[in-house]
Design a protein around this ligand. Structure first.
Ligand code: PHE
Length: 399
């Protein structure tokens, strides 16, 4: 992390049954695409920094090197678990208390889906790969920071298609206000923060896109109320690019800020970059292919990506009877584990339940390399490995 790669053995106890982080994900830790000035993610991050620097007189502090390994809740790390020593530097300075929290600190309810092994990568029962940069809100507040941007890689188990990848990048923004700020306006503090937030983000969208069609949608997050999502019109559809809202008072109170209000946002850098640079597939961000990397220059936002010729896709279907524990995320992880970035999409194309109550799923897997043509042999080999592994790991019955 921060240029240092960490090995799986440094972090995971081999016999830990909770661990569901495959090696393909481990290899992404420490890649830090957001700190590469010539990479679309780094270029976008810098452009957002420019917006905040020039509109807020550099009041926003920037953090981009906090460890993606975080705890689920407040943990005393003494003696530290294996993973604990890789928690972010801020936490280590608080040793033996680790403050860095993905869930409890930001009020994520105990039964929220995002806590499940199906959605989140667990290193051990109390340590996860952060699934959002909101994991750092509370620790930074406790450290006395009041206005900040946190950028980093986040990890989510998910389905496979052109806009979803198990590792992506987010930028969190956080801004605390004092009574003087809203008193003058004559508005109620929550309304004041909500209006300021929307104004800030609309300004950011204009700074990045010039004109673009956008809309606000009301939503729910455990850590904000009211909460909103901003969607941008892209390729004939509305694409969610950020979540935000007025911070729950309980979060501020934890840091003695009960007389303040705050707003927060978390935006998805890949989603924005796909729109800005016309990047058609999220896997491209991880490509070393010069035909991709050479198209972007430091400081040049919105240069349109010229796709190199698309190689032909290869479709393979697989059908099986599922068991009760089956989930699509687990299936996708198996496919990704075997095919890596050669898998473009996994789609459920048929599902039915027979008279005995057994349910069958048929998935279509799209294999395609962004760099070359795949041979039949190679794809058949991948598919046969998928069939073996699915049977072995997922307790399903192939049809
Ligand atoms: N953490 C939320 C997500 O990842 C985004 C968010 C951040 C929402 C801050 C509100 C406030 O979806």
């Amino acid at each position: 992390i921060g240029g240092v790669t960490i090995a799986r053995n440094d972090v995971v106890r081999d016999d830990d049954p909770t661990n569901n982080v495959p090696d393909s994900i481990f290899s992404k830790l420490g890649m830090q695409l957001h700190r590469r000035d010539k990479h679309p993610i780094g270029i976008l991050k810098n452009a957002i920094y420019d917006y905040f620097d020039s509109n807020y007189a550099k009041q926003f502090e920037k953090f981009e090197d906090l460890s993606p390994i975080v705890t689920t809740k407040q943990v005393k790390c003494s003696p530290p678990s294996k993973a604990c020593i890789f928690l972010s530097p801020i936490s280590v300075s608080n040793f033996p208390f680790v403050w860095c929290q993905n869930f409890d600190d930001v009020l994520v309810p105990a039964d929220h889906v995002s806590r499940s092994l199906n959605d989140t990568y667990y290193v051990d029962p109390q340590t996860v790969l952060r699934c959002h940069t909101s994991a750092h809100q509370a620790e930074l507040l406790r450290e006395g920071h009041r206005r900040f941007l946190v950028t980093g890689d986040v990890y989510r188990r998910d389905s496979i298609d052109s806009t979803h990848y198990p590792v992506f990048h987010q930028m969190e923004g956080f801004c605390v206000f004092s009574p003087e700020d809203w008193n003058e306006s004559g508005k109620d503090s929550t309304l004041y923060a909500a209006e300021d937030l929307k104004k800030c983000l609309e300004g950011l969208a204009r700074h990045l896109f010039g004109g673009v069609e956008m809309r606000w949608v009301d939503t729910y997050f455990p850590f904000t109320e009211p909460s909103f999502e901003l969607e941008i019109y892209f390729k004939e559809d509305w694409l969610e690019v950020l979540g935000c809202g007025v911070t729950e008072q309980r979060i501020l109170k934890q840091s003695g800020l009960e007389n303040n209000v705050a707003w927060a946002f978390g935006l998805g850098l890949e989603r924005l970059a796909m729109v800005l640079f016309d990047i058609p597939d999220i896997r491209l961000f991880w490509s070393d292919d010069e035909r991709f990397t050479s198209q972007f220059k430091k400081g040049e936002l919105g240069v349109k990506f010229k796709p190199f010729s698309k190689y032909p896709p290869c479709y393979k279907d697989i059908s099986f009877w599922i068991s009760e524990s089956f989930t699509e995320n687990n299936f996708c992880e198996v496919v990704r584990g075997i095919a890596g970035d050669l898998v473009e999409e996994v789609k459920l194309i048929d599902s039915f339940t027979n008279k005995k109550g057994m349910t069958s799923h048929c998935y279509r897997i799209v294999f395609r390399s962004m760099e070359r043509s795949l041979t039949d042999e190679e794809v058949n080999d991948l598919q046969s490995k998928v069939r073996d592994e699915v049977q072995r790991k997922l307790n399903v019955e192939l049809r």
